[in-house]
Design a protein around this ligand. Structure first.
Ligand code: PBG
Ligand code: ZN
Length: 325
């Protein structure tokens, strides 16, 4: 490709040409909208670090989910803020826990919307860790039992897909076996397979009220410096029966998204996490960036890196932008 035989600008000269040679596309079908369900009624409280995102009681959540559905968004992922927390996260697997009730109501009122649940204990434990504490650390194998009960309780409530985010070893296999043994062999698992111990989760912990009360999550979430380990984690979950694998966070780990895409042929999701959202919102509010432009550019970065699905707090805004064209 030498100048002047080749002029790279020729094909960029008209919008219609740019449209014709665009290499990746973004569709509303790629989006999953995360929502926070709070115990009680009449609650709709904006998360201060996440403008536009609310902790809300079931009736408000259902109304917003209906809106997302009407925008064409195929799925939501739910996080719960229970009435009470305890050492073993009992509400996480209670028949009438916050998530179980939310799933029932959503499936009743917006049946066409796919409901995915986050399967983890940190939103339900008083210590804020993703599992049971033994000798000052999260105990892997006893946590697995509780995660299985949690996933099963979501299935019994009518969930369409479960998404374990705890990072315990062997959880995909354990949950798969539990679901299968109870007649739920048709419920897919989206695994948070490659999840880093990240500072970008800060605003989420305000939204989900799930900050660890001591220590951090480095004994179960991945070290941000690691790349090969991401391949091992994804391979492990795939062999255990994951249907979709996820990389999280998104923007700081686009290299990992690409590597996982090159290595495996499963559907791949990326989580554009709370801190990524908050930074865009904060800069936009200050007039430092053009929000719509930056959001679309961010979505394209995920598609370019090879992601099929994007979990993002911008989902409704993106759906509106795509509609407008
Ligand atoms: C729970 C969970 C977290 C997120 C999704 N599921 C927080 C964490 O691991 O501390 C983060 C999502 C976000 O930051 O948007 N395990
Ligand atoms: Zn957790």
């Amino acid at each position: 490709m030498f100048f002047p035989q080749y002029r790279a600008r020729r094909i960029r000269g008209k919008e219609v040409f740019r449209r014709m040679v665009r290499e990746t596309s973004l569709s509303v079908n790629d989006l999953i909208y995360p929502m926070f369900s709070a115990f009680g009624s009449g609650i709709r409280k904006e998360v201060s670090s996440m403008p536009g995102i609310y902790q809300q009681s079931i009736e408000h959540l259902v109304a917003e989910a209906q809106e997302a559905f009407e925008l064409g968004i195929p799925a939501v992922i739910l996080f719960g803020i229970p009435e009470m927390k305890d050492a073993v996260g009992s509400d996480a697997y209670a028949e009438h826990g916050i998530i179980q009730e939310t799933v029932r109501e959503l499936k009743k009122q917006v049946p066409g919307l796919a409901v995915i649940t986050d399967v983890c204990l940190c939103e339900y434990t008083d210590h804020g860790h993703c599992g049971v504490i033994k000798d000052g650390d999260v105990d892997n194998d006893s946590t697995l039992e509780l995660l299985c009960r949690e996933a099963l309780s979501h299935a019994l409530a009518g969930v369409d897909m479960v998404a374990p985010s705890d990072m315990m070893d062997g959880r995909i296999q354990a949950i798969r076996m539990t679901l299968d043994a109870n007649g739920f062999d048709n419920i897919p698992i989206m695994s948070y397979a490659v999840k880093y111990a990240s500072g970008y989760y800060g605003p989420f912990r305000e939204a989900a009220e799930s900050a660890p009360q001591f220590g951090d999550r480095r004994s179960y979430q991945m070290d941000p410096a690691n790349r090969l380990e991401a391949i091992r984690e994804a391979a492990m979950d795939l062999e255990e029966g994951a249907d979709i694998i996820m990389v999280k966070p998104g923007l700081p780990y686009l290299d990992i998204v690409r590597e996982v895409r090159n290595e495996f042929n499963l559907p791949l999701a990326v989580y554009n996490v709370s801190g990524e959202y908050s930074m865009v919102k904060a800069a936009a509010r200050n007039g430092w960036i053009d929000e719509e432009r930056v959001v679309l550019e961010t979505m394209f970065s995920f598609k370019r890196a090879g992601a099929d699905l994007i979990l993002t707090y911008h989902a409704k805004d993106v759906a509106k932008l795509l509609k407008r064209g």
